[in-house]
Design a protein around this ligand. Structure first.
Ligand code: ZN
Length: 80
């Protein structure tokens, strides 16, 4: 038999409606982080959501990011 005797995939269009989405829904849950955490900043007890990948609340994480940016060598102007 010739190799091109495959079943055309076009025939399945519409017949298996929603199967792709079902696969997504039954797949592994979205990457969540431990719930019930609070901001690690001293004196700050802001609860962190499971969607927050950081150890700090939004406000303090911004401060940390800013501090990091300040400390990080931005550009090497004194190279020469
Ligand atoms: Zn905080």
């Amino acid at each position: 038999m010739p190799k091109d005797s495959y079943v055309p995939q076009i025939d399945f269009k519409g017949s298996s409606e929603g199967s792709i989405f079902e696969e997504v829904n039954t797949g592994p849950p979205p990457k969540l982080h431990q719930a019930g955490r609070v901001c690690k900043k001293d004196g700050c007890n802001t609860p962190l959501t499971s969607y927050n990948p950081n150890d700090h609340c939004y406000t303090h994480q911004r401060e940390i990011d800013r501090a990091k940016a300040m400390n990080a060598p931005r550009n090497k102007k004194k190279a020469s």
